[in-house]
Design a protein around this ligand. Structure first.
Ligand SMILES: Nc1ncnc2c1ncn2[C@@H]1O[C@H](COP(=O)(O)OP(=O)(O)OP(=O)(O)O)[C@@H](O)[C@H]1O
Length: 357
């Protein structure tokens, strides 16, 4: 549906996009995720036609979009600071973009009604724009884009102005809206949880480049680089000695996690004697009383942070460069483990990943 081929964008000598190549499928909910300044908005604006790549090609629905103005593309964009007109009511706001299509009044009414239904605002058509909550205003902005019946909806941090609870509700709503309308959504966000919760696939970007493209589960559980692992959540990083290497695998020996064979990440520099490996904090499980596990390590709790449903334990393990971070649910009393207590942690060797730098 959208083919991005070797797209670069220079601002003077600054490279905001560095040879980005990416395919987004029809009907996909695709997220561009990365820290501020990584180039994700520039890429989205290039798909919309508000920015022009310095080199490379963007094809939408099989046709090159380079040189095609935004209003001639089968795309529509929902901006971060969604401008809705304060002097128009909800239905008039939604109808605004349709005026240039010069539809007959009945057609126009039907399309506005459909768009309001899609965002569950059909009872609020007559409301003034200033009489709406943040979530309702966001839905008006979505309806304004959907009423144009685009093949691709581009969303630039659409939920960032909403408070946490409403944002989480809107994430669920946006996801089901996308499934219901069946069109391609491309979302820009710097919030990893938002990307994980909503997307079919995520591209993680750093410094104008794509670091990894994968499903939420794969990118969280199998990050290819240290930076991707770190951006997507907590990760315990460790150095491991390389004892064997094939085209696809890396055998390593670690101080406390023993000898393991891991998938070699593409881009891993061969010929080094050390690798970085990682394990997510929730993949370390507290062993209580007489519990046993095929793989376990021992240490002492040096700090504890309470987060309601979970507790983070910081565990010192002799022989490791840094204490381990452990995320445990509070169902069994992890929030009561005293600082200083000895602790045993179970893990599954499959949870270890080798990471390229
Ligand atoms: N018009 C411009 N002129 C010069 N530099 C620009 C321009 N627009 C963007 N940049 C630079 O290009 C880089 C990428 O910007 P972009 O807005 O795409 O980042 P982003 O990942 O979307 O960040 P944010 O989340 O903060 O919006 C940034 O370093 C930014 O300063």
């Amino acid at each position: 549906m959208i083919e991005i081929k070797a797209v670069s964008r220079f601002y003077g000598i600054y490279k905001a996009l560095d040879s980005v190549t990416l395919d987004i499928a029809a009907g996909e909910f695709f997220s561009l995720l990365g820290p501020s300044g990584c180039g994700k908005t520039t890429l989205l604006r290039s798909i919309a036609g508000f920015d022009t790549p310095t080199s490379g090609d963007i094809r939408i629905d099989g046709q090159s979009a380079i040189g095609v103005p935004p209003n001639r593309r089968p795309t529509n964009m929902v901006f971060q600071n969604y401008a809705i007109f304060p002097h128009l009511n909800v239905a008039e706001n939604v109808a605004y973009g349709l005026k240039r299509l010069k539809l007959d009044a009945q057609d126009e009414r039907r399309r506005v009604g459909d768009a309001l239904d899609q965002v569950r605002l059909s009872t609020l058509g007559k409301r003034g724009a200033h009489e709406l909550s943040g979530g309702q205003r966001q839905r008006v902005a979505l309806a304004r884009a959907l009423v144009m019946r685009p093949k691709v909806l581009l969303l630039d941090e659409p939920l960032s102005a909403l408070d946490k609870k409403l944002r989480e509700e809107m994430q669920v709503e946006l996801r089901s809206l996308q499934k219901a309308v069946g069109i391609t959504f491309v979302l820009v966000t710097h919030d990893q949880y938002e990307a994980l919760a909503m997307s079919d696939r995520i591209a993680v970007m750093f410094g104008g480049r794509i670091a990894q493209v994968a499903t939420p589960k794969e990118i969280y559980q199998r990050p290819l680089t240290r930076a991707v692992a770190d951006f997507l959540g907590g990760m315990n990083f460790m150095k491991a000695r390389i004892t064997g290497e094939t085209a696809t695998d890396l055998s390593v020996e670690t101080q406390r996690f023993g000898a393991v064979t891991l998938t070699k990440p593409p881009g891993f520099t061969c010929g080094t004697s050390e690798a970085t490996i990682g394990i997510r904090p929730e993949r370390l499980r507290v062993l209580w009383d007489d519990d046993t596990a095929p793989h376990a390590i021992e240490g002492h709790v040096v700090d504890r942070h309470y987060f309601g449903e979970i507790t983070h334990l910081i565990v010192n393990v002799p022989g490791l460069d840094a204490p381990l971070s452990v995320s445990e649910t509070n169902n069994f009393g992890a929030d009561d483990i005293p600082v200083g207590a000895p602790i045993r942690l179970a893990y599954d060797p499959d949870a270890l990943v080798a990471l390229a730098d």
